[in-house]
Design a protein around this ligand. Sequence first.
Ligand code: ATP
Length: 374
Amino acid sequence: MTEMTGTPSGGDVRLSGISRVYGDFTAVHPLDLTVPEGSFFALLGASGCGKTTTLRMIAGLEEPSTGTVHLGDQDVTRLPAYKRPVNTVFQSYALFPHLDVFENVAFGLRRRGVRSVKRQVGEMLDLVQLGEHARRKPHQLSGGQQQRVAVARALINHPRVLLLDEPLGALDLKLRRRMQLELKRIQTEVGITFIHVTHDQEEAMAMADTVAVMNAGRVEQLGAPADLYENPATTFVANFLGTSNLIEAEVVSAATDEILVRAGGDTLGVPAERCPVPAAAGTRLLVGVRPEKAALTHADETDRIPDGRNRVTGVVTEASFLGVSTQYLVNSPAGLGLAVYAQNVDRDPRLAPGAEVVLHWSRAHTFALDAAQD
Ligand code: ATP
């Protein structure tokens, strides 16, 4: 599945039918993608799905087997990497160890023969908040600081697009989260297009305006983070972005606003606009709900469940206390291992393994997938 986003304009990055084949292995299937100018775009997917190959084709470090790469109106497909108005930041930073921070950042200017570099390097160091460390060598910096030097060095020649290949991969989790905000701030300040490759779904959602979820060399779905999360189009996206409970169900009746399905003895309602296929009686669907949208009530107290919610009966098999929340797993005729994340403010101590429960959620939070898609 390939998709386009946005209307091509002056500085968009436009990939048309680009693919990459190695021998008899297709790393990237023909792909059409437009990255709007000035956006923060993430290519998200598991290891080996083709995201780095895609990025390298934009950079000019990898030749596409088919298709074209445009930057605005310019076809750059045959342009060598160093002639493209694009720069790349790698996970390894690739800083010059013998040069200090200032000289690392100044490098691109000096190579172009720019004599007076002080003001530009100073501005760049301010942007990445490293002004005080200008005379340090890379080994005297933390991982996050080294990464910021790499970003400053890549931005000094004012590329139109910055490509980031797992730039935070070597950092520990806390620093990683801090650097995500930092990179987002830098992108907003410089206003150029950032294309960021990551396998970390939280990272992609926290930073990007648009995320392309890749799987086995194809873009499975493209959209704003909240949209992808709320309306996953495939089982892969539903499970790669967070966790989803997916319940096998069969359509009983389809009205204009709501589809009723049967799942393990329970009847569930799905908003018609969230059903991806024409639904008629007998159509098989996977009905989905996110674990944080669902709640558990003890089977003795079902009269406390508000009307109009989807309900599934079951038995708690696991309750894991996680501090702010508890994660419950429930086996039900509708499905095994259904997950519920419940805030611990009003924790019911009876919701322990073995308890008979009703798992319930708002119909508005129900999505559906085509059961025949995979
Ligand atoms: P990772 O996060 O591990 O870097 P990725 O999604 O970026 O993964 P790519 O590096 O784009 O994946 O690789 C996609 C597929 O193409 C992988 O299966 C990889 O083994 C294969 N591949 C990449 N480069 C080559 C090459 N030069 N020759 C043969 N196969 C290659």
